[in-house]
Design a binder for this molecule. Sequence first.
Ligand code: 4FV
Length: 169
Amino acid sequence: HVCAAYDSLVQKIGKKPRVVYMTPQGYTFNQKMAQDFAKEDDLVILCGHYEGIDERALERIVTDYVSIGDYVLTGGELPAMVVIDTVSRLVPGVLHNSESAETESFENGLLEYPQYTRPEVFEGKKVPDVLLSGHHANVEKWRLEKSIERTKKYRPDLYEEYCRKQSGT
Ligand code: 4FV
């Protein structure tokens, strides 16, 4: 059935589409892969359920083996939705301008800085003064510092890569 569906699609679009198979045995999904997938005019996301899909079908049609993380789900549907969400928001015109800026913050290879909204004081805790200062350079400096601090704590792998790139090695 999977190959029959694939073959009918190839006939319809006149070319072999990129086929992403969601599986714990795949490369770990990340923003760079999402950016790459977002360039495709067509993207097929193949989901297994329970045991997965016969290897012979996979060998014939899959171009990318992708995992959303090291845990086992019942089916590939939720992983497919993760890919759809992260990829679609990168397609021009899908997001409003205000939302698309969020994508920038992760692209520097660091985790995003803390977000603050209103009110200025919540349960006795103030929004950091620098964020209210209107001094954009200082705000950006604070955001970078917080991103580095957070990345160092939660993702030493990303932090190491960031330092390596900063030192040009
Ligand atoms: C999975 C993951 C995942 C394994 C057996 C579906 C399930 C069933 N997919 N990242 N983690 N898939 O657990 O992508 O076929």
